[in-house]
Ligand binder design. Structure first.
Ligand SMILES: N[C@@H](CCC(=O)N[C@@H](CS)C(=O)NCC(=O)O)C(=O)O
Length: 252
């Protein structure tokens, strides 16, 4: 199997391939976003629910974090948002509304929104809580950083709520796009953390969550996530990520 870095590619032209895609990572983690899009596309794929830092992941992809996609022609790609945009571009003939056409104003606004979701809501919000509170035993407990992250999450989310109110029913307007699995995933993480106080009673947000989570593709992947959760003691996720990470640190 050919494995290449995230920045390089086995072929430069996107085209829906006939073989199976492989997607690596548990549905309980950010892989959820990619599984959701693969289901929306009706793509032929294999889900390998391997953990970050596991030997299986490293051997198959050369990478340590999930999600990772390997296309039927051996192109390896990481980063959930890049994977999903790439997949939707690849399937644009069959699913022309899933992602706006490259070069259009709509695409520029879509890219802008993806950037806000990943670099503000996720990296400077949710991710900080996960690292410096939830996984504090590995990364250290930094309550002040978590407090500031929650503020940043709420501030960013205010602008996204406004966007939904002005443009809805989906984040990018009338069509569902890969911005929605990312946003829903982050909103659900904020519910688990108890960071949903500023949005849970906003009417458009309630409608938005209901609209997205009623989609058959969501329901199918959510069922996989629930199954993983039920088997978590055996199969583990956070706990195993923790121990994999601890092992890795102790080697440093
Ligand atoms: N920005 C990346 C984040 C990937 C990420 O942080 N993945 C987590 C699981 S959800 C992971 O593999 N963590 C292990 C690590 O960071 O060492 C994405 O959206 O794919």
């Amino acid at each position: 199997m050919k494995t290449v870095s995230a920045a390089s590619s086995a072929s430069s032209e996107p085209a829906a391939s006939s073989g199976k895609y492989k997607i690596f990572g548990p549905a309980l983690l950010r892989t959820f976003r990619c599984l959701w899009i693969l289901e929306e596309l009706g793509a032929d794929y294999e889900h390998l629910a391997v953990l970050p830092h596991s030997e299986e992941l490293k051997k198959a992809t050369g990478l340590r974090r999930v999600p990772v996609l390997i296309t039927p022609d051996g192109f390896t790609l990481c980063e959930s948002s890049a994977i999903n945009t790439y997949l939707c571009d690849t399937f644009c003939n069959e699913h022309p509304t899933l992602v706006p056409r490259a070069g259009s104003h709509e695409r520029a606004r879509y890219d802008q929104t993806i950037s806000v979701l990943t670099s503000d809501l996720d990296a400077q919000g949710i991710c900080v809580q996960l690292k410096y509170e939830h996984m504090g035993e590995i990364y250290g407990y930094i309550p002040e950083a978590v407090k500031q992250a929650r503020k940043h999450f709420n501030k960013t989310n205010r602008s996204l709520i406004k966007q939904l109110q002005q443009e809805g029913p989906y984040l990018m307007g009338k069509h569902f796009t890969p911005a929605d699995p990312i946003y829903v995933h982050l909103l659900q993480a904020s519910q688990v953390m108890g960071w949903d106080d500023k949005w849970k009673d906003v009417e458009c947000m309630r409608n938005y969550m209901a609209l997205c989570t009623q989609r058959p593709a969501y329901k199918k992947v959510h069922a996989v996530r629930v199954k993983e959760m039920e088997g978590a003691s055996r199969y583990g996720t956070r706990q195993n990520v923790r121990s994999a990470k601890t092992k890795q640190r102790s080697k440093l």
